[in-house]
Design a binder for this molecule. Sequence first.
Ligand code: KIV
Ligand code: ZN
Length: 497
Amino acid sequence: MQIKVLDTTLRDGEQTPGVSLTPDEKLRIAIGLDALGVDIIEAGSAITSEGEREGIKKITEEGLSAEICSFTRAVQSDIDAALDCGVDSIHLVVPTSDLHLEHKLRKTREEVLLQAVDCTQYAVDHGLLVELSAEDSTRSDIDYLKEMFNQGIQAGAKRICACDTVGFLTPDTSFKFYKELSKLKAPVSVHCHNDFGLAVANSISGLKAGASEVHATINGIGERAGNAALEEIVVALYSLYDIKTNVNIQLLYETSRMVARMTGVYLQPNKAIVGENAFAHESGIHADGVIKKSETYEPITPELVGHQRRFVMGKHIGTHLLKKRLEELGLKVDEKQLMQIFQRIKSLGDMGKCVTDVDLQAITEDVLGILQEKIVDLEEVTIVSGNKVIPTASVKLKINNKEILEAGVGIGPVDAAIIAIKKSIADFADITLEEYHVDAITGGTDALIDVVVKLRYEDKVVSARSTQPDIIMASVEAFLSGVNRLLGDKFTAEDLT
Ligand code: KIV
Ligand code: ZN
């Protein structure tokens, strides 16, 4: 069995409060979705604005493999706007519940039915493929809904879609509902919202009942609690139901990160499939199991979705994981030293702290009585920032008694400082900042700021932290501590001067 995926990240997903994409951002996301292998991209709603039309046109002109679709109401001007953008199809939407008809549209069932049929015919006559969609269909009179779809199909609609607009279905009712609609003479799409956290389960129930297309968004973004999450549906179908899609599962994590970055809607760490903790292990028992055989505590491998396994050092850690991490970091300890480090990590955990690689390095060096050479030392950092100046930073670093002065500009003072440091060491190392997390530990404007960074140098990744009252200093110190850790394994200070 194979089902089609309509991705609506650029339409329903963009309706997430606070999200607004530029035409170029829409294009970049559409290119990512096309590479991911979705069958249909709902690129937006052409009638919405000039910028929206520009974005949809850019997408249709890109020559992607996916079918490009615009949302329209049953209004001729909406369809003309979609035609103007060169889309392949429209997602033509009419409300069908009495609630929406009476209180929102203030129209009768007959009026809306006529409008839907007329607009379907108009769009088909103009060469568009029509997916006729019923808004709030799950709270509609089922006979009226079927009549709407039947007449729409007669007018030329090639697919029908029943929207669970307010997430009203349950997996049981979803199965019955979509089974009934699957008896009609056109392929049915499932479109579920997540108000009760059931969007993915309801979508899968609908597909099991006979629907052949699913609407979803990357990361489940959308109005209120969002839409059904594409990555969860696709991987559950693949792994648990043996139902295929054209989606290239290995690109899911990368696509999720791209959409999070472009929309500014970041994920909760425990988000299924693509969350940062989806394949992270801390507890000793779990980490030990996963190291021995990953299936013990992972239903799928992180590689399947392009993600990575991560072991976290905290108070639940076990000695197996600790030993493994120390080995990976090239730190040799005996059993007694291992237990000392183990206890130190546990006590830090009891104080509410997780241990970064740099913390682990420092604890281990302390236990071993060695001091790792600090390759790059910070002498000075000066920041200029304000409402009418471009944030600028100058840094003075010392490497083997040689001073290096550099300046950088950025979108904010922290960015400027990190750019200045990266420039100062660019001659010998291209270090990338992969993650940056900031947390205010105490309340008030004098709060202690905890910055944790994840840095990459070639194929090596380390995390590092600094906790200080000043966010810029915390960021700079965390970055430099990671840099020292990464470079320290490869160079001595003399090598770099
Ligand atoms: O959820 C919904 O009802 C929709 C329609 C407007 C298509 O997204
Ligand atoms: Zn929706």
